[in-house]
Write a protein that binds this ligand. Structure first.
Ligand code: GLY
Length: 404
């Protein structure tokens, strides 16, 4: 996306604050729906949760108890991905790094296998097909798995994408659909005397006016100055530390599809890229806005990855990285209109920002063009805990007929 200065801007229909996957998916889908869109961010493509993420599209192997409704949204989004990527690559002309090899979930010991088996029942309830495999069958699919791996599940429908390529594709597609980027820091949200959001004031001194403002700045969203109190729930940063390993030129990668594993109860994943890079992740640490890489965090990820695929220890470390997942109070995303007219949210995607990008883009484009979220997204209304338009409370809030 080409980046311009605020002074050259006439008011847009929509101003999106944030240029991560959620902000750009919203911008692209809104622009595709015919709205004029401006995106403002301090950085386009710089470090953020989206550029750190491994890019797993794996609801079947990520399903956990108590998250059934969220998982249904994740499955919807996963199923949108092939079409989303096809349109994106057509609009932007840039590859999105989508891979459809399926995901293998493996267990290190008998207790881990029992835990995975327990989750198998949940997956069946959610209609997520997985195939139970013996250790030998797992190794037939991924020969570099450790001999000790007890068994696992193959989720043929769980895929992956390269979030950095996806971001680039979204920037290109949004631009081709007319969206404009502004590189600046948002100083505050501008709310007029009638209590309506009118745009943002920038650090550089200018202002950008827009008919509607979407806050999609990840874990920084609630700290944007000028948001009336109680309108945006707090988001907690959940730190993830990851490593990127490089397979030597001409050698086969140690895994050919995403491998997720449980090692003595500790989850780990290995996600291969077309380039031969393998992403290992990730810690899940709740300790505020701490972005330090720690020896212990990286060791934990390497230790567990090595237990499952010993060959990873031979690979060169290409990069270590850390990101902050934006966790909402109930771990579910916050979407659509807020109690402030003209202000919408697309935030709080926690562990699922990459996976939920397509469904978020669609739901937000609908909310921006009609004023209401589609029915499938109403549970995730930004107002569910704060009240106001769109709240999915007893009276239901605004809705659209006919769609599930
Ligand atoms: N969705 C993977 C992670 O948050 O680590």
């Amino acid at each position: 996306m080409s980046v311009t200065t605020p002074s050259s801007q006439s008011p847009a229909d929509v101003l999106v604050v944030g240029a991560g996957l959620i902000g750009l998916a919203t911008a692209w889908r809104a622009a595709r729906a015919g709205l004029s869109v401006t995106v403002v961010a301090e950085s386009f493509g710089g470090p953020c949760a989206s550029t750190v993420a491994a890019g797993m599209l794996t609801p079947a192997t990520e399903a956990s108890f108590g998250e059934e409704e969220l998982m249904r949204l994740c499955v919807r989004s996963r199923d949108l991905f092939p079409g989303f990527v096809a349109e994106l690559e057509q609009d932007g002309g840039s590859p999105a790094g989508y891979r459809a090899e399926g995901t293998l979930q493996v267990a290190f010991d008998a207790d881990d296998m029992a835990r995975l088996g327990h989750l198998g029942d949940l997956r069946t309830r959610l209609g997520l097909g997985t195939e139970r495999l013996t250790g030998r069958e797992c190794r037939r699919l991924e020969p570099m798995l450790a001999p000790s791996v007890r068994g696992g599940y193959l989720a043929a429908g769980d895929h992956s994408v390269d979030p950095r390529a996806l971001l680039q594709a979204l920037r290109a597609a949004a631009e081709r659909c007319g969206a404009v980027g502004v590189r600046d820091r948002v100083r505050r949200l501008v709310v007029d005397g009638d209590g309506r959001a009118r745009g943002v004031a920038l650090d550089s001194g200018g202002e950008i006016a827009a008919g509607q403002v979407v806050l999609a700045a990840g874990v920084d969203t609630p700290s944007i100055a000028g948001i009336p109190e109680g309108v945006v729930p707090p988001l907690r940063p959940v730190k993830g530390q990851l490593l990127r390993l490089r397979t030597p030129e001409g050698e086969p990668p140690p895994v050919t599809r995403t491998v997720r594993g449980l090692v003595k109860g500790s989850p780990v994943y290995l996600v291969p890229r077309e380039t031969g890079e393998i992403v290992l992740g990730a810690t899940q640490e709740e300790q505020g806005f701490d972005t330090r890489l720690t020896a212990g965090g990286l060791w934990e990820v390497l230790r567990d990855a090595h237990e499952l695929v010993p060959g990873v220890s031979e690979l060169e470390v290409a990069e270590t990285c850390v990101g902050l997942r934006p966790g909402s109070p109930d771990n579910e995303p916050l979407l659509g209109p807020t109690a402030v007219p003209g202000l919408q949210l697309a935030a709080g995607h926690f562990r699922h920002g990459v996976l939920l990008a397509p469904v978020t883009g669609d739901a937000m484009a609908r909310a921006l063009t009609t004023g209401a979220l589609p029915d499938y997204a109403r549970r995730f209304a930004a107002t569910r805990s704060t009240g106001g338009p769109g709240a999915a409370g007893a009276d239901g809030g605004p809705t659209e007929g006919g769609e599930q």
